[in-house]
Design a protein around this ligand. Structure first.
Ligand code: ZN
Length: 304
């Protein structure tokens, strides 16, 4: 009985043991294995790297997101400022090696590879606690950039740390539900800030604006542009008596990092607007640390 069992075991493990012996004994196979798991060379040496994420699996899915991500990628290449990896999931939002279960994912980048994130998402999202901690550390401790579009301020509601970083929370669209998109008259409040350079003092974009709640405050973020409500039909607003502050873009420093948010981006056509493209390209340039700008909050404007 004992001898028979030993014989079975020997046959059962014969092939794996033979394979392991061949692997260990073969310089060629050992080299192949090492090459597969070794760090790959930077595919874009000399360029800043942007991780563009359109993560919409848990909330409203804007029709404009694909065009937004493609536009951000194109702007980086055309300007020569950065290269982009586009993802519609959050797998790369980690400082740990990227794995599929226990298996390393070959050639997967993690946050350490990137200099900034462009984020257009919404809803609770799919980040676990460690991923959120890594994301916040990426900006706060590593001094990287975070640029959010439209409902990017409405994402990760269950993570107070994200609220603190982004500086606000979407409350409701300023315009009535049956007419979310209107020609928004926009005034630039801080023309000297890098994100606003090249933009006219006042311009119009057909898009959806929103009212934001805490932690949004003009004492907490530097408002760069806003809707000129005097130019907008008050009948379009949900509650025009109280919704008198409708920021279009703001910036803030978060630890060592730089955070920018603009509510623009609801409509597909916004991403074809040269002024919107200029705004986000400028914002990425600043958040990547390629240009300096003072993001100290300016407080309430005089006379408001
Ligand atoms: Zn929208």
């Amino acid at each position: 009985m004992a001898a028979a069992s030993t014989g079975k075991i020997s046959r059962k493990f014969a092939v794996p043991l033979l394979s392991a012996g061949l692997l260990l004994g073969s310089p060629l196979l050992a080299q192949v294995a090492a090459t597969a798991s070794a760090p790959r060379p930077d595919p874009w040496p000399g360029f800043k790297k942007v991780l563009a994420i359109g993560e919409t699996s848990t909330a409203f899915q804007h029709d404009s997101i694909s065009h937004a991500l493609a536009t951000i990628e194109r702007l980086g290449r055309e300007s020569g400022l950065y290269m982009t990896i586009i993802r519609t999931d959050t797998q790369l939002v980690t400082k740990a090696p990227v794995r599929n279960g226990e298996t390393p994912v070959l050639n997967a980048k993690n946050l350490d590879f990137f200099d900034a994130i462009f984020f257009f998402g919404a809803g609770p999202g799919t980040l676990d606690e460690q991923q959120m901690a890594d994301l916040l550390s990426f900006v706060r401790d590593d001094g990287k950039g975070f640029v959010a579009a439209h409902t990017g301020v409405n994402a990760f509601q269950g993570h107070p740390g994200y609220r603190d970083m982004i500086g606000g929370l979407w409350d409701h669209p300023w315009t009535k539900a049956e007419r979310l998109e209107v020609d928004l008259p926009i005034v630039v409040e801080d023309p000297r800030f890098p994100a606003m350079q090249g933009l006219p003092a006042a311009f119009s974009v057909h898009d959806e604006a929103a009212v934001h709640q805490a932690p949004y405050s003009r004492d907490n973020v530097r408002v760069l542009a806003s809707v000129d409500l005097d130019q907008l039909d008050p009948e379009l607003g949900r509650s025009p008596a109280t919704d008198r502050d409708v920021p279009i873009a703001w910036a803030r420093e978060y630890g060592k990092g730089r955070v920018f948010y603009s509510v623009l981006g609801h409509s597909d056509q916004s991403w074809d607007n040269p002024l919107v493209q200029q705004l986000f390209l400028n914002a990425l340039r600043w958040s990547l640390g390629l240009v300096e700008g003072d993001a100290t909050p300016l407080g309430e404007p005089a006379g408001r």
